[in-house]
Design a protein around this ligand. Structure first.
Ligand SMILES: [Zn+2]
Length: 133
């Protein structure tokens, strides 16, 4: 259920970036999801298709990259990939005092845009001063 507000965040981030880049259209969005986060890819794409209608992100492809979780042993400092379910013991020293440091992130890594430069129509020159505040 929490994919809806998450998707809204993705869309506004992407639209903001596209505006800054003077892009006509967003063709793809690269997302990073931590392996321990409970975001469902399909739900995000589903909401995105609905929310992006009529915006320059309409039809954009979402590409998901799963970021593995990392654990650091508090006893020996060994860093290892934490799988789901988490390995209970440090593979280096056998300690159970591990701290999980990643795997819950969710963010927009980059967007791919279309500048639509090859259409030879003289652009309506709209000059706008946008004060960024
Ligand atoms: Zn250890």
């Amino acid at each position: 259920m929490h994919e809806l507000p998450v998707t809204e965040g993705i869309l506004s981030t992407a639209l903001e970036a596209a505006k800054r880049a003077n892009a006509r259209r967003i063709t793809a969005i690269d997302l990073v999801i931590g392996e321990l986060s409970s975001i469902v890819d399909d739900s995000v794409q589903f909401y995105f298709d609905i929310l992006s209608r009529g915006t320059r992100a309409e039809g954009a492809i979402l590409r998901f990259r799963r970021e593995p979780a990392t654990a650091i042993c508090r006893d020996c400092g060994h860093r290892y990939a934490a799988q789901v379910p988490l390995a209970p013991l440090c593979p280096a020293c056998g300690s159970a005092r591990a701290q999980v440091t990643g795997g819950r992130e969710f963010y927009v890594e980059s967007i791919e845009v279309d500048h639509d430069e090859d259409s030879g129509s003289p652009a309506d020159s709209e000059r706008q001063r946008s004060g960024s505040g």
